[in-house]
Design a protein around this ligand. Structure first.
Ligand SMILES: Cc1cc2nc3c(=O)[nH]c(=O)nc-3n(C[C@H](O)[C@H](O)[C@H](O)COP(=O)(O)OP(=O)(O)OC[C@H]3O[C@@H](n4cnc5c(N)ncnc54)[C@H](O)[C@@H]3O)c2cc1C
Length: 451
């Protein structure tokens, strides 16, 4: 190993930290990398990649380790762990945040909100920005300002031959295009530059809970709402059974509910009437819609998500969630082996769908909802859970938007990845052949190099 890398940053099997460091968010993933290198600087990343190249190792970059498919780890190859690189620097004049590759969403919000600014990210603060941004990035600002990848204006990236490149509209524009939706296929991003906008400090958050018996009506009305939603409103409809957790009142324990959560990205007072229909999709059992700090909203769901949990997850996009699709989904949920699922339907509208499918590698710009289904299992066997998740996917596939999935919400599935990258796949494969012909970065939704 490169002698100039600190010894404590190189973690080999047998090292006391090895078992802790090889873990990712999804506890079903049990992989054993040949070596884990915890980097603290761009130079560390360059040295680690050069070493891997010399030894012919595959390389898995890890940001926050949250990918449901366990793409932040691998068997045998090298994991380059960026958790030592989480700095966020705000350039107030240029309205740009420079974000290191291991930062979490919480790191970004905390720093940018000091200036009353924000960039579109996601909704759970411990999620890594790297994986999220490289394959999209869905959060409460998607309607107003687009996806996280739509707001990437430049990046530092270490390619498979160990070169550090700056990429943007002018410099290496092919790579700049590819990393906005093409995932971790093209190199390791050490620094992202994201556009910033004035947001908050207080925002209007939608937070309504309905009874499960009204689920069908709620989802169909949500579809009507999204068809005419103003850009300022982004929201999600989540069907779940609440845990018997101490942070919830007892009457909600183990209750099946439909939660509608979202945000109005504008003057909170102006939003009050605009979001009202989302509070009237049925008779609410709890309605906490109101004004709160943006940073608090961005952490609102954290308590619902364990740090390390066994999950099977899948995803499908829909141009429209029809009555038939709702019936299929709810029938499947009624037959789940355990009620430990989170079935989230994210409404998609506004700026994120106004961008041309060819403008960036992220090509899905004509859906009105995406389903993100996570099944957390504690008791029932993993096979039963996987079979059930697969059966939901298979049941809804014919009703989906051309078999496309949110690549940040689905494990390895080559057909889904090819469908999703669609017409952009061929161009991505050529860029891959130019910058990573040996497919060093392959533990992901892999784009195979093709000249
Ligand atoms: C609890 C939870 C909440 C979530 N909430 C949202 C949400 O609100 N919105 C949303 O859009 N998604 C959300 N997601 C999905 C999320 O976008 C993906 O899990 C994403 O992959 C997380 O990025 P990461 O850096 O943590 O992942 P990792 O597992 O570390 O990496 C995922 C992929 O990115 C690549 N990668 C990681 N770092 C780099 C890098 N620096 N350079 C190049 N490639 C890299 C890896 O090789 C891998 O292919 C959520 C996931 C979880 C588990």
């Amino acid at each position: 190993m490169d002698q100039s890398l600190k010894m404590e940053s190189i973690i080999l099997p047998g090292n006391e930290l090895y078992d802790k460091k090889r873990k990712v968010w999804n506890a079903t993933i049990d992989k054993h990398p040949g070596v884990i290198v915890v980097c603290e600087s761009e130079e560390d990343v360059v040295k680690a990649v050069r070493y891997a190249k010399e030894k012919g190792l595959s390389v898995t970059p890890r940001g926050g380790g949250h990918h449901v498919g366990g793409f932040g780890t691998c068997d045998e190859g090298m994991v380059i762990d960026l958790s030592g690189m989480r700095k966020v620097t705000v350039n107030e004049e240029q309205l740009v945040a420079v974000v290191e590759g291991g930062a979490t969403l919480g790191d970004i919000d905390e720093e940018t909100q000091k200036f009353g600014l924000a960039t579109p990210t996601g909704t759970v603060s411990k999620t890594g920005v790297a994986g999220l941004a490289l394959s999209g990035g869905l959060g409460y600002l998607r309607g107003k300002y687009g996806l996280t990848c739509d707001n990437l204006v430049g990046a530092n990236l270490v390619t498979a031959d160990g070169q550090l490149l700056y990429v943007n509209e002018e410099q290496h524009p092919d790579l700049y295009w590819a990393i906005r939706g093409g995932g971790g296929n093209f190199g390791i991003v050490t620094n992202f530059e994201f556009k910033l906008y004035p947001i908050g400090p207080e925002v209007l958050a939608v937070d309504v809970m309905y009874d499960y018996q009204d689920a069908k009506q709620i989802i169909l009305k949500a579809q009507e709402y999204v068809n005419q939603a103003p850009d300022e409103v982004s929201f999600n409809v989540t069907v779940t059974a609440l845990p018997p957790a101490p942070f919830l009142p007892e009457f909600l324990h183990n209750r099946k509910v439909v939660m509608v959560g979202g945000m109005y990205a504008g003057d909170p007072q102006m939003g009050v009437n605009v979001v009202k229909p989302l509070q009237e999709l049925a008779t609410p059992i709890v309605d906490k819609t109101g004004v709160l700090p943006y940073v608090a909203l961005q952490k609102n769901l954290d308590a619902m998500v364990p740090d390390h949990v066994a999950v099977h997850g899948t995803s499908l996009y829909f141009t429209e969630v029809t009555e038939e699709a709702v019936d299929v989904l709810l029938a499947k949920l009624d037959n789940a082996p355990m009620p430990t699922y989170l079935a989230q339907l994210w409404a998609l509208s506004g700026q994120m769908n106004r961008i041309s499918p060819e403008a960036t590698a992220f090509s899905n710009r004509d859906s009105s909802f995406v389903l993100l289904l996570d099944f957390m299992y504690m008791g029932a066997g993993p096979e039963v859970c996987q079979q059930w998740v697969d059966s939901v996917y298979d049941g809804l596939l014919p009703l989906s938007n051309k078999g496309t999935s949110y690549l940040n919400g689905i494990g390895a599935n080559e057909v889904a990845a090819m469908n999703t990258l669609g017409k952009n796949y061929g161009k991505l494969a050529k860029i891959k052949a130019k910058y990573d012909p040996e497919n060093m970065f392959r533990h992901n939704h892999n784009v195979r190099p093709q000249d």
